[in-house]
Design a protein around this ligand. Structure first.
Ligand code: MN
Ligand code: MN
Ligand code: MN
Length: 272
């Protein structure tokens, strides 16, 4: 069985519609797929519960912060109808919009009008982020490329560099657990923390109710997989795996394409 428990649709920053994502996963031989859009479960609202040849695992990828690090936490096998997950998704969506409006106001002070409205029109279902502002700036002829948009208006230290205020890690884990889901730290090696810091974070994560880590995230080095599997065993964490697929054409993050979990770990799906 191939479980791909991390993927995105165009309800967040993915390129495919939920149905196209499922078709592609089926073609790639995935047996069980979790759609884990950033801070939203809206993709599931346009999908049927049952699909031929593939099992859907309800999921979400929450953004939060731990100390000064932005981190991502997956909620897997969640109850989509629970108050907890709906409250959580709504809170995070609102947080994203507050920030987007603030970016719009800051750009207005730089003489760029209606940037929030313009960016919103380019975004799908309220998922407005800096790439949409960048596209708007290109469309109105203020800059000639994404790179230029970030360099001049949106990147670090520029007008559009507005801090994001996500719900706390404790709160997010509470929402996931409240929806009878399993809280899994996504791609632990992407945060560029030292081993000591990562272990300290995982201790806190577990104290808060976090249960697993993503041991395999797309194509990665065998020693990375071994290191994370070892952490699972040491800390008695569940192991998850997924491609983190966003769009076709990225061979390191293709649906179902990653090495299997090492035998010594307990797969997260044992608890589904
Ligand atoms: Mn993404
Ligand atoms: Mn992520
Ligand atoms: Mn992701």
């Amino acid at each position: 069985m191939i479980f791909d428990l991390h993927s995105h649709t165009n309800f967040s920053d993915g390129a495919l519609t939920p149905q196209d994502l499922i078709s592609r996963a089926t073609e790639k031989g995935v047996d069980a797929l979790a759609i884990t859009d950033h801070d939203t479960i809206d993709a599931y609202k346009v999908l049927a519960d049952k699909h031929d040849n593939i099992e859907l695992v309800a999921g979400i990828e929450f953004s939060t912060q731990w100390e000064s690090n932005g981190i991502h936490v997956l909620g897997l096998n969640i109850d989509l109808d629970s108050d907890a997950i709906n409250t959580g998704a709504q809170f995070q969506t609102e947080a994203r919009l507050i920030r987007a409006r603030s970016i719009g106001e800051k750009l207005a002070k730089k003489g760029i009008q209606d940037a929030f409205e313009g960016a919103s029109k380019l975004a799908h279902s309220g998922y407005v982020g800096r790439p949409h502002f960048a596209q708007y700036l290109i469309d109105i002829g203020k800059v000639s490329s994404m790179q230029a948009a970030f360099k001049k208006y949106l990147g670090a230290g520029k007008a559009g560099d507005v801090k994001q205020h996500w719900a706390s890690l404790t709160q997010i884990i509470e929402w996931i657990r409240g929806a009878n889901g399993i809280a899994v730290l996504a791609h632990p090696l992407k945060y560029k923390m030292t081993n000591t810091k990562l272990k300290r974070m995982l201790d806190e994560f577990q104290q808060m109710g976090g249960q697993g880590i993503e041991v395999v995230s797309g194509q990665q080095l065998p020693q990375q997989t071994q290191y994370l599997a070892q952490l699972c065993v040491q800390k008695n964490l569940l192991a998850s795996c997924g491609s983190d697929f966003h769009m076709p054409g990225k061979h390191w993050a293709e649906l179902g394409v990653f090495s299997p979990l090492p035998e010594k770990v307990t797969p997260v799906w044992d608890r589904f």
